[in-house]
Design a protein around this ligand. Structure first.
Ligand code: ARG
Ligand code: ZN
Length: 475
């Protein structure tokens, strides 16, 4: 210690005694964020504001190189913290506030970082991570694939519920929303599509870098960087930046011929659907929209990636309605923990029903009545009535029939109980109050009771929490 530093150190020591923040011990940020189904997903001790991701994907070699800059703020005093990154991606360098930090990769998805200098609660941190490897899809508890899924000309990139750490270092909790920008380099002639608006596209030395920017907050599982050979269309509709990409080889099923014309026809419905839900629920939450129709039949589902849905094949018209409805419920208003998935899927499925009802299709009540008639002891009944949608027993049940159909029935039952006027006020307020945020089932029940002025415990118990066919289906 030199002579100038000594009085300073004394001052620091005095402040440390006086201030409760400085007195708080330094912690290792926790390795999870408390999700009951995914204990290692997300981390504790900080809150991310922005991800800046640079990726280069050599498709024939299936090799991914990445460099991420993450801007965050510490929420605790930290001497160490984690990011989530799968260990098939090897990290070569980490810095914290521009100084090299030590790190290790543990437990399959924890990147444990020890900065040279401790971090105080409230401090802003800039983390950079360089990494590379052969990306592997992540296998979900329901055996579906997510993450970076190679196709024959690129990769379909979808992350629900746990694919994000398969391609970028992340605080993988749906509660830690952040803005993003992406610079994705792919071979010249190929296209890389991410969330939000296209900022620029530059070709140099046989590689094209696609720069995308997502300026509204986004949960990690909604990020995408799907790439490959695509026919693309950029246009404006409803005042939004629209970008569609269609794999010329896409089809409805393996047995069908490629049909990019049909794929574009499905996407042509997007502006009307966006206008319809904007009217019904409140203004569309983002500045951009569009869809990516790839050919990746091993995936087996579509995903409502924020502003830009990914389809693994040509969807039917109803799937497009479902995925667009998710932009309100799922993307703008997001679950807090995965067992509350019905808040995403039940709402998107109900949205299909109300869309049909208002487009000369069957009334939602008719769909509800038909499902209600499903006997408990049939095969369909076992599938529909067990488990109750807000009482899932494990993560393999996240995308089961009850979450979608019985979740939607819950909303139709609420609609019948409180009347259309109160019901649509509930949905509009749910969106207006929670846009860009996170919610729980308890929040929805409380709001429904507040807006309707009714006691709704019995209704929600019967539809969300008690397994088996609700008795009201008999009356
Ligand atoms: N959210 C998607 C949908 O709208 C389903 C995602 C399924 N993911 C999975 N791992 N099974 O239907
Ligand atoms: Zn869905």
């Amino acid at each position: 210690m030199n002579r100038i530093a000594a009085p300073l150190m004394l001052l620091v020591a005095l402040l440390a005694v006086a201030s409760p923040v400085a007195a708080a011990p330094y912690l290792a940020g926790s390795s999870g964020s408390g999700d009951p189904f995914f204990p290692l997903a997300g981390n504790g001790g900080y809150d991310v504001h922005h991800y800046s991701l640079r990726l280069a994907y050599d498709q024939p070699a299936n090799s991914l190189e990445g460099s991420a800059v993450i801007r965050a703020r510490a929420t605790e005093n930290l001497y160490r913290f984690d990011l989530d990154l799968r260990d098939f991606l090897a990290v070569s360098r980490v810095t914290v506030n521009f100084r090299p930090a030590s790190y290790s990769q543990e437990q399959g998805q924890e990147l444990v970082i020890t900065p040279r200098r401790k971090i105080k609660a409230g401090e802003r941190i800039r983390i950079s991570v360089d990494y590379a490897g052969t990306p592997e899809p992540v296998i979900d508890p329901d055996e579906a694939l997510d993450g970076w899924v190679p196709t024959d000309d690129g990769a379909l990139v979808v992350n629900e519920p746990q694919g994000s750490p398969g391609w970028y270092p992340v605080n993988d909790s749906p509660r830690d929303k952040a803005t993003y920008d992406f610079r994705v380099a792919v071979a010249e002639g190929k296209t890389a599509v991410a969330n939000g608006e296209l900022v620029s596209q530059r070709t140099r030395g046989g590689w094209t870098t696609w720069h995308w920017s997502q300026d509204e907050p986004m949960s990690p599982y909604l990020a995408t960087a799907t790439n490959g050979t695509f026919l693309t269309e950029k246009y404006e509709a409803n005042g939004l930046f629209m970008y569609d990409a269609v794999d010329p080889k896409t089809r409805v099923d393996e047995a069908d011929p490629p049909n990019p014309t049909l794929a574009f026809k499905r996407l042509d419905a997007q502006p009307e659907i966006i206008a319809f839900f904007s009217d019904l629920y409140g203004t569309y939450p983002f500045s951009a929209g569009g869809g990516i129709i790839d050919w990746a039949p091993d995936v087996g589902y579509a995903l409502e990636s924020q502003t830009r849905t990914n389809y693994d094949r040509i969807p039917d018209a109803t799937t497009v309605v479902h995925e667009i409805a998710h932009q309100w419920f799922g993307d703008a208003v997001t679950l807090s923990v995965w067992p509350d998935i019905w808040l995403n899927e039940g709402f998107a499925t109900f949205s299909e029903w109300i869309y049909d009802e208002r487009h000369a299709g069957p009334p939602a009540q008719e769909v509800f009545d038909e499902l209600c008639a499903t006997p408990e002891d049939s095969k369909e009944g076992q599938d529909l009535w067990f488990p109750a949608p807000a009482a899932l027993k494990d993560a393999s049940q996240l995308f089961g029939t009850p979450v979608y159909s019985r979740g939607a029935m819950t909303l139709q039952a609420l609609r019948t109980a409180v009347g259309d006027d109160a019901f649509f006020r509930i949905l509009r307020r749910w969106y207006a109050q929670n846009r860009y945020g996170n919610v729980t089932t308890a929040d929805f029940i409380a709001l429904s009771e507040r807006v309707s002025g009714q006691q709704l415990d019995d209704l929600f118990d019967a539809w969300l929490y008690e397994e088996g066919r609700p008795a009201v289906c008999d009356s």
